[in-house]
Design a protein around this ligand. Structure first.
Ligand code: NAP
Length: 324
């Protein structure tokens, strides 16, 4: 243990970080050790990591001093922020700044910053196709992460541009839902565009591979995805994989979607519209081949679905209250 390179994993109890922590723990002879960072070491997910052999440390992204302690003596840091906990681009940037500052103070040899592209570069400032949000962003959780890239300059950093997790189908309830007519439907402003997606756990596996490779990835941007599929293609795969039919995709207008009014509808609307209107650019920013080189076990949508079938199937059923 003592001679292993310690990776301090922010978000260790979440989708990205747990994938990395488990990849490290599942490779005991790989030369790395997992230090799981969480605000609450007593939570079940933190305890499960400890039981597998992770060192669990308490720190908060809002408290830079706690991060400095959590990163002390580490070889590497995996940095991720959770926009969806507060929906604020400014807060996300401050948390990223804290990660960068603490990584600098700890003198780590390799940081992976989980980022996304700046969607504002794809549209002129006066482009009216979608609203500006929070005063300055098109897609706040993309643009704020991209702005935060600057905090990491001067550090030995790899910028990891992630993709839409297919796990959103059960984590965020995005799966097609069964209607009164027995058909399953889902609605997004995506038209026929192909969405680069990934099994969330594969992000961590890729990150582990980047830490293992080290130097060649310092200063590099790596865009990752498992497969790029249209919603019609995913509908067919869901129909076959779950044995449900028909699965109908409604390619709604982005303004209509933003008007649905659920928390984050405008943010999601702008995000899907960006994926639709700039299909070539967002797919071009991610390489499935490179992702597979980094993670030879990279899952396709079908493989991911087979593994998560029961969780996705449960999400296709209407909520009990809606049935009554
Ligand atoms: N869903 C997608 O399709 C997708 C795609 C690309 C990028 N992303 C980005 O992924 C990010 C979220 O990552 P995820 O999905 O891995 O997260 P997640 O599964 O929702 O879990 C959130 C993680 O962040 C940690 N965390 C949150 N606030 C913290 C704080 N103040 N201090 C310390 N730790 C904190 C939590 O740790 P504790 O609760 O244990 O402290 C937890 O481990 C978002 O910013 C999102 O934009 C998502």
């Amino acid at each position: 243990m003592a001679d292993k390179k310690v990776i301090a994993v922010v978000g260790s109890t979440g989708s990205q970080g747990s994938g990395l922590a488990n990849a490290i723990l599942d490779d005991p002879s790989g030369g790395f050790a997992a230090r799981a960072v969480t605000r609450d070491p007593s939570k079940d997910k933190a305890k499960a990591l400890a039981a597998k052999g992770a060192e669990v440390v308490k720190a908060d992204l809002d408290d830079v001093e706690s991060l400095k302690k959590a990163f002390a003596g580490a070889y590497g840091v995996y940095g991720v922020t959770n926009f969806w906990e507060h929906f604020s681009g400014e807060k996300e940037k401050q948390q990223a700044k804290n990660i960068a500052e603490a990584a600098k103070a700890a003198g780590v040899k390799h940081v992976i910053w989980s980022t996304l592209e700046d969607t504002r570069t794809l549209m002129k400032p006066d482009d009216k196709r979608m609203p500006m949000l929070q005063g300055k962003y098109r897609v706040p959780h993309f643009d704020a992460k991209a702005e935060a890239n600057a905090y990491f300059s001067g550090l030995p950093v790899t910028y990891l541009v992630t993709s839409f997790y297919w796990d959103n189908l059960y984590l965020f309830g995005l799966a097609p839902k069964k209607g009164d007519d027995g058909a399953y439907s889902w609605t997004f402003p995506m038209g026929t565009a192909k969405l680069p997606g990934i099994a969330a756990e594969d992000i961590g596996k890729v990150a582990y591979s980047i830490f293992k490779a080290g130097q060649p990835y310092i200063g590099k941007t790596v865009g990752i995805a498992g497969e790029s599929l249209s919603f019609d293609e995913m509908s067919q795969k869901l129909s076959k994989g779950l044995g449900i039919s028909p699965v109908k995709f409604n390619a709604v207008d982005a303004d209509v979607f933003r008007g649905f009014g659920f928390p984050g509808a405008d943010e999601y609307g702008n995000m899907f519209q960006t994926y639709r209107d700039f299909e070539k650019e967002v797919n071009g920013a991610r390489s499935i081949d490179q992702t597979r080189q980094l993670n030879p076990q990279l899952q396709s949508f079908d493989q991911w679905l087979a593994k998560n079938k029961s969780k996705v199937a449960a999400e296709t059923q209407p909520a009990p209250a809606a049935k009554a």
